[in-house]
Design a protein. Structure first.
Length: 720
């Protein structure tokens, strides 16, 4: 077997001018690539072979994804454009050029998104007795009951805000649904503008069928379930606007929605409390500048001009939407109790290593026998990683627990276990990343709760986010101290572990335990260690280690080693240095197989440049989230938290761990073999940046995730 490369390769193994003779147009635009990814999510909503409510769910995911894209990516481009920063993207576009292309592409997919709901999903819901209705579609008695409900439950919380010399234009909160209303003064004449905010602390859809005993619609019988009648809240308010403006005539009303800049950076000062600095910035986020205005496509020119003027929005940032705005509300529809219209819930299996035995063993006894690779959601998180931490908290022989927390669930058993451990007198360190975007407030709450319980809470290093997923348990066993570790690709979140595909390594290997000890000393103290025994650690080691291994595969291929091959699975591939190294591998004849869920800036299948590179994307019931690297000639598999992006490789603490046990590397080989099978349903990236569904219609097709479910169920059954 070829000896493994050192984990921290010397600089000479890198190629600083790797792209010197590669074409300038070798990168795809990352923003447009992201929009292509969201279009693939939309394609799942269009797929009539999928269960109906799952299609509705994908429409909701598309909306939520696009919101965050505008709040962060578009906001960042706007800031660069407005401040005159001339930084161009890797494909040579200025911020303004990218914004123009994004606006055009977004309008196209927003219209397609709305049409999928109106022309396909909504009629199919009606066919299955789930009716999303307008006011006019309600019967007279239903309108009466809904008006009563409006007066009893909705009217008291509404606050119509007038705009006139005494009332300035109101602040419009980001992502809120609003009604822009023009009223006419019947007594004195003249028209006036007012805004009514749709309450965001109530369900978006009113379930009409639950508020009254209906007549004239099917209530369900032996052939099907009772009808579900859903009325959008903004429709209910619009139908009763006269009660908000008595004595006035309603001239027109239209729905609109603002997206605001949420892309902020905490200005960290070594002399300032990071918690206080972050709370200050979170308060500012509410007042970020508008980056998108969504309006109903029937809004009058007069009303639109008023909104553009008062909100200070560029006309290029307007998205006209046919039908209902913000289809993330379809998560409420997906939550309906209609199991026949959804994918059958998948119940994770307990990994055989932790399965029930006549004499159950602790996780620690299991790991002393050998490493364990867990693959979520197919392997249960609660009976593996969560059990590992909970047993550590309750075990009297455990002396210390050290863990990183990037995102976790609301009622987190992980946090509760750490609190229990601290209260039991164990040394507990939790590195809580309070800068995890959109989870900042929750993480601040957990940080304070942990501190109150006696946990040593730290926030990482100034200027870097701690994104790695690591846990170290120190246990006394007789006269020795043994360290047990978990290194994963996903967060310590039991809820997302049932939805996200991730892998994790549980091990008692001494060298990994020593590495994690050094890493935590770096994160909590003043150590500046950059070299590790069995880990690649960003920002100093991940990119360098990966490129060194790519170069090593090239040398092995040139020496005639037929095993030379590079396989990469990640959420995103953007980093130019890594991409250029992969181009070099392709030019040398090394096969490169990439499975990427989201963004890919690499152009495959370009003659003479990347004709040995294939890129495919797999989307499905679960969110593909694991990061796995395989170097064939080196016979190395690596897993970890880092995507191939600048932020991960340069501005975060990331950990990639080598998996050495051949039992486990065979399991990872099977993951790649299934994902890369020619009959696996996927999208294939072309040289021009387009994505093509594969296999073609009529050809044999298999589902990668369903195959993984089948294998893990079979493994669990055989071990029972």
């Amino acid at each position: 077997m070829t000896p493994a490369l050192p984990v921290a390769p010397p600089a000479a193994t890198l190629v600083p001018d790797a792209g010197a003779d590669l074409p300038e147009d070798r990168y795809l635009n990352r923003e447009l690539s992201w929009l292509d990814f969201n279009s693939r999510v939309l394609a799942l909503a269009e797929d009539t072979s999928l269960p109906l409510l799952d299609r509705a769910k994908f429409l909701a995911i598309f909306s939520s994804n696009l919101d965050e894209f505008f709040m962060v990516r578009v906001a960042g481009l706007k800031r660069r454009d407005e401040t005159g920063l001339s930084v161009r993207s890797a494909d040579g576009l200025s911020p303004r050029e990218q914004l123009s292309m994004i606006a055009k592409r977004t309008q196209q997919i927003a219209e397609r998104h709305a049409r999928v709901f109106m022309d396909s999903v909504r009629p199919a819901l009606a066919d299955n007795n789930i009716h999303v209705v307008s006011w006019d579609q309600l019967a007279d008695d239903e309108q009466v009951r809904m008006s009563e409900y409006f007066h009893e439950e909705v009217f008291p919380v509404l606050t119509p805000l007038a705009v006139d010399p005494a009332h300035p234009f109101p602040y419009i909160s980001g992502l809120s649904i609003n009604l822009a209303v023009t009223v006419s003064d019947v007594a004195e004449g003249g028209e006036h503008f007012a805004r009514v905010k749709v309450p965001d602390n109530v369900s978006r859809f009113v379930e009409v069928d639950k508020l009254m005993s209906r007549s004239g619609r099917s209530q369900g019988d032996d052939d099907g379930p009772a009808a579900t009648i859903l009325l959008p809240m903004e429709t209910l308010i619009a139908a009763n606007l006269g009660h908000l403006f008595p004595g006035m005539e309603i001239v027109e009303h239209h729905v609109f929605r603002i997206t605001r800049n949420a892309d902020f950076e905490v200005e960290e000062d070594r002399d300032e409390d990071l918690l206080q600095a972050l709370e200050r910035e979170l308060a500012r986020r509410r007042f970020g500048s508008p980056v998108r205005l969504e309006v109903a496509d029937d809004m009058s020119e007069h009303m639109l001009e008023l909104l553009l003027r008062e909100l200070d929005v560029n006309p290029a940032d307007v998205i006209e939407v046919p039908g209902i705005l913000d289809l993330s509300c379809l998560f409420q529809v997906f939550a309906l109790d209609r199991p026949a219209l959804k994918d059958r819930p998948f119940v994770p299996a307990t990994h055989p290593a932790f399965g029930e035995r006549e004499t159950p063993k602790s996780v620690f006894a299991t790991l002393r026998e050998g490493d364990v690779l867990v693959h979520h959601p197919y392997d249960s998180f609660s009976t593996s990683v969560q059990r590992f931490i909970e047993q550590a908290a309750s075990d009297p022989q455990v002396l210390a627990i050290k863990q990183t927390l990037y995102r976790t669930s609301g009622d987190s058993p992980i946090v509760n276990a750490l609190i229990d451990a601290a209260e039991a007198g164990k040394q507990v360190v939790a590195l809580v990343e309070i800068k995890a975007r959109f989870d900042e407030q929750a993480n601040i709450k957990w940080a304070r709760q942990l501190e109150q319980a006696g946990v040593h809470v730290v926030y990482g290093l100034v200027g870097l986010k701690t994104h790695c997923k690591t846990c170290l348990v120190v246990r006394r066993e007789g006269s020795t101290i043994r360290r047990y570790c978990h290194i994963g690709t996903g967060n310590y979140n039991p809820k997302t572990a049932r939805l996200y595909e991730d892998v994790g390594l549980l091990t008692a290997a001494p060298d990994i335990g020593a590495d994690l000890t050094d890493l935590f000393n770096t994160l909590t103290g003043y150590s500046r260690k950059h070299e590790y025994r069995n880990l690649l650690v960003a920002p100093h080691g991940v990119r360098a280690g990966i490129i060194a291994r790519i170069n090593a595969e090239i040398e092995h291929h040139r020496a005639g080693d037929e095993r030379a091959r590079i396989q990469l699975k990640a959420n995103a591939l953007v980093d130019e240095q890594v991409i250029d190294a992969l181009y070099r591998a392709s030019q040398a004849g090394v096969p490169v197989e990439i499975v990427v869920r989201g963004i890919c800036a690499l152009r495959p299948n370009v003659p003479g440049i990347s004709d040995n590179i294939t890129v495919r994307s797999i989307l499905g019931q679960f969110l593909e989230h694991s990061r796995i690297l395989h170097f064939g000639a080196l016979d190395e598999y690596w897993i970890g938290s880092a995507d191939m992006m600048h932020r991960n490789l340069d501005r975060r603490i990331e950990v990639m761990a080598q998996v050495r046990d051949q039992r486990l590397t065979r399991e990872m080989g099977e993951i790649f073999a299934s994902a890369l099978d020619p009959t696996t349903r996927c999208w294939v990236l072309e040289a021009d940046g387009g994505w093509t569904a594969s296999p073609a219609a009529g050809e044999k097709v298999r589902d990668h995730q369903r195959e993984m479910m089948r294998r893990h169920r079979s493994r669990a059954d055989n071990s029972a």
